[in-house]
Design a protein around this ligand. Structure first.
Ligand code: MN
Length: 292
């Protein structure tokens, strides 16, 4: 198998707040050349690096807002996130859990810190991804997958090297917990210091990783610190990782959706006319109802 080489290692950008609860570094679509096509089907990645939120009686977060045309995937690393949407989906995710919301034809939702976490305060760390849908599925019915950590299958490394949680897709024969509309691999790797492993994806897949904790060495040459994003070229199949300390990193790979993208705010469609339709449908209340 040929080596998937690194195209670039991207440091985190200056953080900004989404609502008052998410202090994020945006990687997709604003860093380097990571526009909505470069990492398709991953069209947005906001990363809340580890950040302490002091106690409050009013949970911080983002109020009711719409989405259409894609999926939102939230992975909690520290702290707890509560979610409610207008199609009845909702729940609380804690450390290691994943919520996979398919907005598709349209939902309203709100995203907040969980109540008790808010009262106590604490370190908060999470990733939110937007995964695009192909044109044929953009107007399908919304759905919600609550994926608890204990239900995520994992590949166990030899010699207590750690484990790879398969959130979606496949890794070394282990199948992912989430169902996806197009080929997507989403892996959460937890390696102990000194452990070495490898990952293989089809050459044409867009592939990347984000270091959440610790630091790693990629392909035996490139040292990558915490909070940095590694974008791979599309011309090889496998890369190797060595954990330089106890480490956590998120690995993403997916088959590009070869369709035009028209995006505005919380709507991601194929044409400008579909965006106008989404805005009209939202204004006419066609996304349902959700209490503030
Ligand atoms: Mn949202």
């Amino acid at each position: 198998m040929t080596t998937k080489k690194i195209e670039v290692v991207i440091p985190p950008r200056e953080p900004h707040f989404v609502g008052d609860g998410f202090r994020v570094h945006n990687f997709i679509p604003s860093a380097y050349r990571l526009d909505m096509q470069r990492m398709s089907p991953f069209i947005m990645l906001d990363y809340n690096s580890k950040f302490y939120f002091p106690p409050t009686d009013t949970p911080r977060g983002v109020g009711v807002h719409p989405h259409r045309g894609f999926e939102t995937v939230t992975i909690a690393y520290k702290g707890k996130v509560a979610h409610h949407d207008s199609s009845g989906g909702g729940g609380i995710i804690g450390e290691g859990d994943v919520q996979w919301m398919t907005a598709a034809s349209g939902v309203l939702h709100k995203e907040y810190h969980e109540e008790n976490f808010s009262k106590q305060g604490g370190d908060f760390q999470m990733v939110q991804l937007w995964v695009n849908l192909p044109a044929k599925d953009k107007m399908s019915k919304p759905k919600y997958q609550a994926i608890e950590n204990k239900n995520i299958n994992r590949f166990i490394l030899e010699n207590k090297g750690g484990e790879i949680e398969v959130i979606a897709g496949e890794h070394k024969g282990i199948n992912g917990a989430a169902s996806t509309f197009t080929p997507v691999n989403m892996l959460n790797a937890k390696l102990n210091k000194g452990a070495k492993t490898d990952f293989s994806f089809p050459e044409n897949h867009n592939s990347a990783l984000l270091v959440i904790e610790g630091s790693i060495r990629v392909n035996e040459v490139e040292q990558v610190p915490t909070d940095h994003f590694v974008l791979f070229e599309n011309d090889g199949e496998s890369f190797t990782i060595e954990a330089l300390e106890n480490t956590v990193f998120l690995v993403l790979s997916g088959e590009p959706i070869q369709e035009p993208i028209a995006a505005q705010g919380p709507f991601v469609m194929n044409t400008k006319a579909e965006i106008i339709q989404a805005i009209n449908d939202f204004n006419m209340g066609k996304f349902g109802f959700l209490e503030d």
